[in-house]
Design a protein around this ligand. Structure first.
Ligand code: MN
Length: 283
């Protein structure tokens, strides 16, 4: 199984300097890949990033949240174009996935529960994106996030419903332990219910800080992953260095830890050990 980490563990943007910081940090930590946020895929340095990944022997996965000007369900045409651009960039970078909040904009609360007509627009738009993904050899992921960041998909069950509505094989569920800690009744049941639909997981502590030093029940997480024979990517996510845009969208108003270095120095070995103990085939 591959172990990776989100670029925001090291770098708040993807300028040459920050991208190099993230890549060298990930390589030094012995990771297999970096999750790269494609927040502006039209202006992303694809060739420079490919060179950088090669230099450090890293793979990539790609994630995003839709920007306001291409949000769902309000702007399906713009969203489809944005996702198309991001899919092409992800394919170029060799990422097997485009995942995250690809169904909406982070921080957008509408003041009402999601309506059927809104979810239908989301499903229809993502069905087109899934078809394009499949033609590029990629899959797309749906990451449920907590109620304060979206009103559309908060739980694993809602994510699975959306996947069924999209109705294509190239779509998987992407769970995140930080959001699960807020929205789910425990960690095992959602993982078991997702089963083979689970294709990606963000291992993120309850305060977005150092994995193993918060309220997430890690043994429950990993034993459920072992139980469903999960073989997707394992991705440490901590917002030590989020972009200002993402910090605002996810309400990070202070450092997530006083010891940012310990996210990698302590959090990563902790997660690896938990995975090993549960019997997952990690290196
Ligand atoms: Mn996440």
């Amino acid at each position: 199984m591959r172990f990776g980490a989100h670029a925001f563990v090291w770098a708040p943007d993807w300028s040459d300097e920050q991208a190099r910081r993230a890549a060298s940090g990930a390589a030094e930590a012995g990771l297999d890949f970096l999750e790269i946020p494609l927040l502006d895929p039209a202006h992303f340095d694809l060739q420079g990033t490919k060179r950088l990944l090669r230099e450090f022997g890293l793979g990539a996965t790609c994630s995003l949240g839709l920007p306001v000007q291409a949000s769902l369900p309000e702007r399906p045409r713009e969203a489809a174009a944005f996702l198309g651009e991001a899919l092409r960039a992800a394919a170029e970078l060799g990422s097997p996935v485009l995942t995250g909040v690809i169904y909406g904009t982070l921080g957008g609360a509408e003041g009402h529960p999601p309506r059927q007509d809104e979810l239908a627009v989301v499903a229809e738009t993502l069905s087109g994106a899934a078809e394009q993904a499949a033609s590029l050899g990629l899959r797309i992921g749906i990451e449920p996030v907590n109620r304060y960041e979206t009103y559309l998909v908060n739980t694993a069950r809602q994510g699975l419903e959306l996947i069924r509505a999209i109705g294509r094989g190239s779509v998987f569920l992407h769970l995140d332990t930080y959001h699960m800690n807020i929205e789910e009744a425990g960690f095992a049941t959602p993982i078991r219910e997702a089963g083979s639909d689970l294709g990606y997981i963000h291992l993120s502590e309850s305060n977005r800080g150092i994995p193993g030093e918060g309220n997430v029940r890690w043994e429950e997480v990993f034993s459920a992953l072992a139980q469903v024979s999960y073989r997707g990517d394992l991705v440490m996510e901590s917002f030590v260095a989020p972009s200002p845009q993402l910090a605002r969208a996810t309400c990070i108003w202070r450092p997530v830890t006083e010891r940012p270095g310990d996210v990698v120095a302590r959090g990563l070995p902790f997660l690896r050990e938990q995975a090993r103990r549960a019997g997952l085939p990690v290196s």
